[in-house]
Write a protein that binds this ligand. Structure first.
Ligand code: ZN
Length: 303
């Protein structure tokens, strides 16, 4: 059984509200745990959501505005305090190295050696994660910002009834998978194609080509929709998207589930419905207007 879900830790943009913490998202993907854009208070939100420092294997920061990274010092110091033994990769825009170093060493603490920086730069950067490929592409925001995409490679899924028909079991299954055949039986005879799953995380950007490139065909799209259409001019000026634009991206890219988040503090609780409605004008799929501590499963694998 795969265990793949997004745990929403915070959903506000620059200013938290009574019901929304600053940004923060934890993606559980089998034995990997990717923490995206930890804003202030993320450590406590993790506590409330039942996510521990030991669960984190990667941290990805889209850009160095405070609502996307001021939680890093607390998370890093917690990783150190809890003695997390495994490597934790940290991905962030290379041009923000100074900010990274300040946040990495923000205060006095007994440091850890497990955190490995992976600054990204250029038109596209890829990194291998266990069982996944991470792709970073630059977005359009007043400071350098990168969106991220995770792709599981396609593979093949064994068909139990076919395996038993040929009398293949135990260690033979693994051998057939690795070597492509076992005696007269080929892998194709006892398996079927398995489409890899994918997700994209797109924060703080105007509409640009890379928004579409990152979102193309993903199962789960987590995307900022800071504003409603009534504030479209403000959105453009400050480098943000509206809910309607997020819906247009999801429709054009053919995504399977759309998660809207990073809401301006100007909106009150009753506005929440309007974000979903604006996105639904273009996108007919599954829309989630994120709330803090919500859990969103990655849609079941395409067959
Ligand atoms: Zn932001």
């Amino acid at each position: 059984m795969s265990n793949r879900e997004l745990i929403v830790l915070g959903t506000s943009s620059a200013v938290p509200t009574r019901s929304r913490n600053h940004n923060g998202y934890f993606l559980r993907w089998d034995d990997q745990g990717v923490l995206f854009d930890p804003g202030e208070g993320t450590q406590r939100q993790m506590r409330l959501a039942g996510v521990s420092a030991h669960d984190i294997t990667w941290m990805c920061v889209t850009h160095f505005h405070g609502d996307h990274c001021l939680g890093l010092p607390g998370i890093i110091q917690r990783i150190a305090r809890d003695g997390v033994p495994h490597e934790v990769g940290a991905v962030y825009p290379a041009s923000g190295e100074d900010y990274w170093l300040r946040l990495r060493h923000a205060t006095a603490f007994a440091d850890t050696s497990v955190i490995t920086p992976h600054p990204v730069q250029g038109a596209v950067a890829t990194l291998p994660l266990p069982g996944l490929t991470l792709t970073a592409r630059p977005l359009s925001h007043p400071v350098d910002a990168y969106g991220y995409r995770l792709d599981e490679p396609s593979g093949r899924r064994m068909i139990p009834s076919e395996l038993s028909r040929y009398g293949i079991s135990g260690a033979q299954v693994g051998r057939l998978h690795r070597e492509g055949r076992l005696g007269e039986v080929t892998l194709d005879q006892v398996s079927e194609p398995r489409v890899g799953q994918s997700m994209a995380f797109i924060m703080d950007t105007r509409m640009c080509d890379n928004v579409h490139a990152l979102a193309e065909g993903v199962d789960l799209l987590v995307i900022e929709s800071t504003f409603l259409s009534s504030e479209a001019a403000v959105a453009r000026e400050y480098g943000h998207l509206t809910a309607a634009q997020a819906g247009q991206v999801a429709a054009a890219a053919g995504v399977r589930k759309l998660v809207l988040t990073h809401f301006s503090e100007r909106y009150v609780h009753d506005d929440e419905r309007r974000f979903g409605e604006e996105a639904a004008k273009a996108y007919s799929g599954d829309i989630v207007v994120a709330r803090d501590l919500m859990r969103v499963p990655v849609p079941k694998r395409r067959r």
